[in-house]
Design a protein around this ligand. Sequence first.
Ligand SMILES: C[S@@+](CC[C@H](N)C(=O)[O-])C[C@H]1O[C@@H](n2cnc3c(N)ncnc32)[C@H](O)[C@@H]1O
Length: 247
Amino acid sequence: MNNQDIQNQADEPLQLWNNAANDYIQNQMSEYNFHTSVIDQLIGDVKNKEILDAGCGDGQYAKKLAEMGAIVIGIDGSTEMIHRACRNHPHPYITYKVMDLTKPLTLINGSSDIIIAQMVLMDLPEIETCISEFSRILRPDGWLIFSITHPCFFSSDWVMDETGARTYKKVTDYLSVKSESLFFWGKTIHYHRPLSYYFQYLEKNGFSVHSLHEPIPDMKGGEQDPDIMHHFRIPSFMVIKAGMLRG
Ligand SMILES: C[S@@+](CC[C@H](N)C(=O)[O-])C[C@H]1O[C@@H](n2cnc3c(N)ncnc32)[C@H](O)[C@@H]1O
């Protein structure tokens, strides 16, 4: 293997996630995790439900589901994430496995009542394989619930006013399918696809969108934190609940 091969291997998306795992787990910022409460509401009563947590990371959400009585399979393509999940969030109702969502999954047809993929699809170099696999694995009356960074706005820059406050976003190249490097937790790759791209593959694989959500932070305390107020004007995340087309 020459130096270029070694560099290419180090830049493989899943190797980047192995490298990022520690920082990702340490730095999960609760102020950016408000999309999770929408998933909590959509998922409903999970007791005795069989749930696939696709791209489960270190298993924090898988454990929460298991504690509510679900039987969970947590899969992630990063060996490091699954290692952390087994160590940090074990539970008798959870099985963790390393599986790459861009490849066919070794899971049985119609074996899941619910599939969740929280903040995962925009991290995959292609989504065709996993959406097709999700339709195979989901029971006919099951639900696919996934969150992504908001395709309309995530990849565009904020325009600041003279005080440095975020005023609006300049959307320039929305319709292209493209990738960019992110450096939130070391380097990872973000794959931008327009919203219609997601809908096209959902429909192609027999899914019908039941609801679409653009989460905003919970302001229970009534506080007006200037650092989060922009989330009330331009959504950062999107959550979709889809089921199999019936009839
Ligand atoms: C932003 S993290 C989200 C993790 C977790 N769902 C959560 O909400 O904290 C993205 C996850 O997708 C996983 N991932 C990236 N590419 C993947 C692939 N090809 N197959 C499976 N998992 C992948 C990463 O390892 C990482 O755990």
